[in-house]
Design a protein. Structure first.
Length: 271
């Protein structure tokens, strides 16, 4: 009987220790990712699904009002995502007289995102630009944009369904993306083409110095940009499609999320 009681005590202690480990591990610091503007925690869910766990934290920077708080968060960041949204103000690339050709403009967001991009580039923090994020990355680094793809280049290829916009419905479409072999993007996704979830009418026109186009659509519109010398920074990538809104089994979604998180965790561990 004494032996049984002894073994029960041992088992109880083991179970108790394991429980304490789980509780303590949940309180451990995790990588911090700043999202310029998040919608329903979409980017955190996507990254968690991409890597198969939830050991990360995303902060919606658009909700942070104090400049001191923004600066403090930037110093703590392990990764930065510039998300999709409104058109970039054309005054940022010398086309202020063409603002009427744009949709909604958000100067506060332009300012916030340019600050985040410059901080990430200077401090070698993994940086992912999505749709608008791809565009403002190019603008911040000295490039310009096609203000409206259909009228600027005469393309009828759908990067979004403008007909649905008039009906106040989602304008997103899936279309083919062609990835340049030998690029940083190709080394991540491991495919030379795929389907991307797309919702944009603007895109890269003049490419920023030091960058290259690593993916195009069928009409040759740039679908991704990256630095020419990828060894100078752990991760800088801009994509026109929305990986966060796609199935992570799609190479143009989950593989990007996993590579980004791999670099984020490296920064977290070193820092």
């Amino acid at each position: 009987m004494k032996k049984i009681i002894f073994y029960l005590l041992i088992i109880s202690l083991i179970v108790s220790c394991k429980h304490q480990q789980k509780v303590s591990s949940s309180n451990q610091p995790v990588p911090l990712i700043l999202v310029s503007k998040d919608y329903n925690n979409t980017h955190e869910k996507w990254l968690s699904n991409s890597v198969g766990n939830h050991n990360l934290k995303c902060v919606n920077m658009y909700a942070v009002k104090s400049s001191d708080s923004i600066n403090l968060l930037l110093k703590k960041a392990d990764g930065i995502i510039i998300s999709g949204g409104e058109d970039v103000n054309p005054s940022l690339y010398g086309k202020q007289d063409e603002i009427e050709r744009c949709g909604t403009i958000n100067p506060h967001r332009d300012s916030l995102e340019q600050k985040m991009i410059r901080f990430a580039v200077k401090n070698k923090i993994p940086l992912l630009g999505i749709c608008r994020g791809d565009q403002i990355l190019n603008v911040t680094e000295g490039g310009s944009l096609l203000i409206d793809i259909p009228t600027d280049i005469g393309s009828k290829y759908l990067h979004r369904d403008s007909r649905k916009a008039k009906e106040h419905k989602s304008t997103a479409v899936y279309h083919s993306v062609y990835i340049e072999k030998g690029t940083f993007l190709y080394n991540i996704v491991k495919v030379d083409s795929g389907n991307g979830y797309s919702n944009h009418h603007q895109a890269v026109k003049k490419l920023a110095k030091g960058f290259r186009i690593s993916a195009c659509a069928k009409d040759k519109v740039a679908e991704a940009i990256e630095p020419v010398d990828t060894l100078l920074h752990p991760f800088i990538l801009g994509v026109q499609w929305h990986p966060e809104a796609m199935d992570v089994k799609n190479p143009l979604s989950g593989r990007i999320g996993r590579k980004f998180m791999y670099k984020v965790k490296q920064h977290f561990l070193i820092d």
